[in-house]
Design a protein around this ligand. Sequence first.
Ligand code: AMP
Length: 294
Amino acid sequence: MEIISRRKRMMSLARRLRREENRTIGFVPTMGALHEGHLSLIHEARAMCDVVVVSVFVNPAQFGAMEDFKAYPRDLTRDSALLAEYNVDYVFAPTVEEMYPAGFSTYVTVEGLTDKLEGAARPGHFRGVTTVVAILLNIIKPDFIFFGQKDAQQAIVIKQLVRDLAFASEVVIAPIVREESGLAMSSRNIYLTNEEHRAATVLHRALLKAHKAYDDGERNGERLIEIARETIEQEPLARIDYVSLNDAETLKPLDKIDDRSALLSIAAFIGKTRLIDNVVLGKTKKQDAVGAKA
Ligand code: AMP
C-alpha cells in the first residue's frame, strides 16, 4: 500500500491505472479517524473495483468557524495500518496546502438541496464538501465513488454534483453501520464520555420508534416527528438541533408520507458533541435499513 501526499503523483498514478492497466478504480473519501462505517465502504469498493483508493483529509473548507476542525481526531499511522489490513491499494493523504494552495479561489456550490437540514445548521458546510469532492474527483477520476447513508443529505448533494457537472464517476451509497447499542458509528463518537455514549443511543431509539409508528400505519409528518422528538426529550443529556421529515430524493419537507420514500433525520447535541442519524421510511433500499450492525 502506498501513501501519497502529492496531487501530481496521485493524478499520474490514477491515469496510469486507468489507461495503461485498464483497471477500475473505487474511491472512498474520508476524514480519517476510521471506524467500521468507513471500513464497510472500503469493503464495498474492494468487492466492486480492481483498485481501491482511500483519501484521508480533514477538509477545513467544510468546518464552520466555531466547529471542531482543530480538535478533529487525526492519526494517520493508525488509519494506514487499518487500511493496509483492508487491502487498500493507495491512500491519498494530502496536506491542506496541497489541496488548497496559495491563491486557491474556486468553490463549487450545489444550490437548493444545501439550504436545509445540515446546510441550514452548518452554513458553508456543503460548499466545502462539494468543492473538495470535485477536486478529488478530478485528481482520481474513479469509476465509482463511495459514500455512507449516515450522511444522507451529503449523499444526495454529491449525486446532484456528479450529475450536474458531468463527472464520469458513479456514486455508490452504503448503509449506516451501527454499534451493537444502535449508535451510528462516527469519528465524533470518541468525544463522548461513557455517560454521553449511553445517552447517544437515544437517537437510534427515536428513529426506531418513528419507524415502528410508520409500520403501524402512521403517515402524518408532524406526528412522526413528534414521536422521535418525545423520545429524545426523555434523555436529559440530549439537546435537539432538528428532527425533520423530507422527501428522500428532493429533500422537500413533508407533512405526510405517500408513495414516495421519506427521510427522517435527526441532529442533536449530546453534551457538546453534535451527532446526526437518519432512517428512510417507505420503499426501503439496502442502504436505508435502520438496523444494520457492524
Ligand atoms: P467522514 O470521515 O466522517 O467524512 O466519513 C467518510 C464517509 O464515511 C462518508 O461517506 C460517511 O457518510 C461515511 N460514514 C461515516 N460513518 C458511517 C457509518 N456509521 N456508516 C456508514 N457510512 C459512514
